[in-house]
Design a protein around this ligand. Structure first.
Ligand code: SAH
Length: 218
């Protein structure tokens, strides 16, 4: 069950979380503002209500997770989102990261391979506020050729390698933020697409994500 009530206690806890994100080095005010606006507890079962603003990942349906707030803030900051950016997200999961991007004014195209999670968006009343989100059920390794190219691409699962089709679907000068496997953890990388189709890469901190898997799951 979910509750869609945003009480003062939730807002207070959310402000404390934002303070923590600042202390941890998040500086993009647009990211912090969106995370102040969006009630994270709306994206979790009501059993998590009192802990929804801890800086932790939590389980959601289909053995997946809602990313840790710091991870969401970190990836979104690296994307340097501008209003009206066209963004492809791989791994819709709880829809929390998706909604943060939409709140920042991006046009978001999000893909989920788990049918159960994809179907949650249909009943999810909060998303009605955001007409700038399009949901897809599919394999993120394929991307969305029909809607390409994208200004930005974000992968929210541990990628075993950099998916070549996603590089193709990125605009020249566009960024891809992707956690790439290094055994037990993943290295956050930001690729910048060059005019000749190649990319340059920058390395950031280590994180831990659920795996990016091929194909779709019923
Ligand atoms: N952004 C989400 C993160 C969810 S965890 C959130 O904050 O809630 C990662 C998600 O990626 C899972 O839901 C998983 O099913 C999905 N995923 C893994 N491999 C995928 C693929 N190849 N294509 C699309 N989604 C994928």
């Amino acid at each position: 069950m979910r509750t869609f009530e945003d009480r003062n206690t939730h807002k207070g806890l959310r402000n404390q979380l934002i303070k923590l994100l600042r202390e941890k080095g998040i500086t993009d005010e647009n990211v912090l503002e969106a995370m102040t606006t969006i009630p994270r507890h709306f994206f979790l079962d009501s059993a998590f209500d009192h802990i929804a603003y801890e800086d932790r990942a939590f389980p959601i349906a289909a053995d997946q997770t809602i990313s840790q707030p710091y991870t969401v803030a970190y990836q979104t900051q690296l994307l340097e989102i501008k209003k009206s950016d066209k963004v492809l997200e791989i791994g819709t999961g709880s829809i929390y990261q998706t909604t943060i991007l939409a709140e920042m004014g991006a046009w978001v195209y999000t893909i989920e391979r788990q049918k159960k999670l994809f179907e949650e968006q249909k009943n999810y009343y909060f998303k009605r506020k955001y007409h700038n989100i399009k949901f897809f059920y599919g394999d993120g390794f394929e991307g969305l050729k029909t809607y390409a190219p994208f200004d930005k691409i974000i992968i929210t699962a541990a990628a075993p390698f950099i998916p070549p089709k996603l590089v193709e679907q990125l605009k020249t000068g566009g960024f891809m933020v992707i956690p790439v496997d290094e055994g037990d953890a993943q290295r956050m990388m930001r690729l910048t697409k060059q005019a000749d189709g190649s990319f340059t890469q920058q390395m950031f901190d280590q994180f831990s994500f659920v795996p990016m898997l091929t194909g779709k799951n019923q």
